[in-house]
Design a protein. Structure first.
Length: 98
């Protein structure tokens, strides 16, 4: 929101009309604001929907990766920044093997 998402969504809504059909309007961060621009919901509800849909999308992405990439080691550098060196060593090893 701080980077101008609301303004960007409004510009798209104004350009395409109150019920746009373009594929670009169906993305997270745009579609949730159209009911607000149409006077159907409050701005707070639209923002909550953006947050909820973003969390759901992130969860689906993680599920997809976990189900398809059995041999992947996940690193969390926020919780364990000391793992960075090990990760870099693995990347070097992988690239040398190419």
């Amino acid at each position: 929101m701080k980077e101008g998402l609301l303004e960007e969504a409004r510009e798209l809504w104004e350009k395409l009309g109150p019920e746009p059909e373009a594929q670009s309007t169906k993305g997270i961060g745009y579609s949730e604001f159209f009911p607000y621009f149409n006077g159907e919901i409050a701005i707070e509800e639209a923002i909550e929907q953006v947050k909820q849909n973003s969390r759901r999308y992130a969860k689906r992405q993680l599920t997809w990766f976990r189900n398809r990439l059995d041999n992947v080691h996940w690193y969390d550098f926020v919780k364990k920044p000391e793992d960075m060196e090990h990760c870099l060593d693995e990347i070097k090893f992988f690239l040398e093997d190419e």
